[in-house]
Design a protein around this ligand. Structure first.
Ligand code: IPE
Ligand code: IPE
Ligand code: MG
Length: 249
């Protein structure tokens, strides 16, 4: 998709076009639990339950792609208890939801570096990707051990190997080349990125892909994030004008 001035996908959303791809930084689980005097993992479990509600809301809102940030390459810095609890939650979540994804036509993909994840979790990730591989109703992408810088570094490594092996002429490299090597190569760029919990930062999420995304930041903690709040943000997007560097019509 070219983005030069002549062909820029100028998209004044006043016409009511909704976001086709929404990406969510699901933040605030720990604080939600702390507010209730409970361990952080209690918040992560409550957060996981919200994912189902938001996935279910997508088709009715015209959202074809939902990408959720579940665990960052920096989240390994947390205590061993929290990391192990999260990994166990991911295994249980994928196992539990697998049949629902198949039934509901949800195609599941993972982005991030799988190599650091344990074999059991990786096997479940492969299984749900294979089982849902023909689904087309909606696309759910789970960012697990994902970091935008790490993704660009891994992509660059693959690109460099192709140059070394004579498969890619470095003189042809332009801004359409790198995305083909990113984990997200089959996904459109996110139109709208939502972050909960009041933090106004990107925390290494979809660095390349969100260059022209619209952002919504909310104080609401992820376990309190309802389908109604989500629908409101999706509707709000339709009123925004995306100029992609051009001038308003
Ligand atoms: C987001 O919630 C989930 C993960 C990062 C895994 P947090 O665990 O970051 O919750 P807060 O930000 O500490 O409240
Ligand atoms: C971002 O949240 C990662 C996920 C939601 C998985 P963090 O809680 O890790 O981000 P920081 O540390 O506040 O920037
Ligand atoms: Mg956080």
């Amino acid at each position: 998709m070219a983005r030069d001035a002549s062909t820029a996908p100028m998209r004044p959303n006043g016409g009511g076009a909704g976001p086709r791809h929404v990406a969510v930084i699901m933040d605030g689980n720990g604080r939600w639990a702390q507010q209730r005097g409970r361990p952080r993992l209690f918040g992560h479990h409550a957060g996981a339950r919200r994912v189902r509600e938001i996935v279910e809301a997508c088709p009715g809102l015209g959202v074809d792609y939902l990408t959720i940030f579940a665990f960052s390459t920096e989240n390994w810095k947390r205590t061993q208890t929290e990391v192990a609890g999260l990994m166990s939650l991911f295994r249980r979540y994928i196992f539990k939801e697998m049949q629902a994804f198949v039934r509901e036509g949800v195609r599941v993909r993972f982005i991030g570096d799988r190599l650091r994840l344990d074999a059991k979790l990786r096997a479940l990730m492969d299984e749900v990707e294979a089982l849902t591989g023909h689904n087309t109703r909606m696309h759910l992408t789970i960012a697990l051990n994902y970091g935008g810088r790490d993704e660009v570094a891994r992509a660059t490594k693959r690109l460099a190997r192709d140059v070394r092996d004579g498969k890619l002429d470095p003189e042809t490299v332009d801004e359409e080349t790198l995305p083909r090597y990113l984990d997200t190569c089959v996904l459109p760029d996110p139109d709208l990125v939502i972050r909960t919990s009041g933090e106004a930062r990107i925390s290494n999420f979809l660095l390349w892909q969100s260059a022209y995304s619209e952002y919504e930041f909310t104080e609401i903690l992820w376990p309190d994030f309802t389908r109604e709040i989500f629908a409101g943000m999706v509707a709000g997007y339709a009123g925004r004008e995306r100029r992609f560097g051009a001038v308003s019509a």
